[in-house]
Write a protein that binds this ligand. Structure first.
Ligand code: FE
Length: 135
């Protein structure tokens, strides 16, 4: 396992996260498509890691991918996200994690819109949204 700045035991994370959040962030689970609270959600604001509060995405790069999960074409701050090859479930994918706590967020695919051509396919359960413009 990689070393992340924020390190907690499963027991500690369970106290901080809901069962759904724990399953996604710590056990790399996936919420059912079209069920996440931020899937069809396009208010202006910022998305933070639900586990540690690190800024991850903004509404400016969110788009309606139709795939059933929130999608962004670019992270808010590149260094706040780490990518890792994931060969689970018989697929070759790139996993996306919070760089501070190692929480699983989702995957990134190369079928997104301009300007990046990327689609960060992220579980709503790994995010916490705050409305409004950033200061
Ligand atoms: Fe985090």
């Amino acid at each position: 396992m990689d070393t992340f700045e924020i390190k907690k035991s499963d027991e500690e994370w369970r106290k901080l996260l809901s069962p759904v959040q724990f399953n996604i962030l710590r056990e790399k689970g996936t919420e059912h498509p079209y069920t996440g609270e931020y899937d069809k959600f396009f208010e202006e604001g910022t998305y933070y890691c639900a586990a540690c509060g690190t800024e991850l995405f903004t509404s400016k790069t969110k788009f309606n991918s139709g795939c059933g999960w929130p999608a962004f074409y670019e992270p808010s701050i590149n260094k706040n996200i780490v990518k890792k090859r994931d060969v689970s479930h018989g697929m070759m994918r790139i996993e996306v994690m919070c760089a501070k706590c190692g929480g699983h967020l989702g995957h990134v695919f190369e079928d997104g819109p301009e300007p990046t051509g990327l689609r960060y396919c992220i579980n709503s359960g790994s995010l916490r949204f705050e409305a409004g413009k950033k200061k």
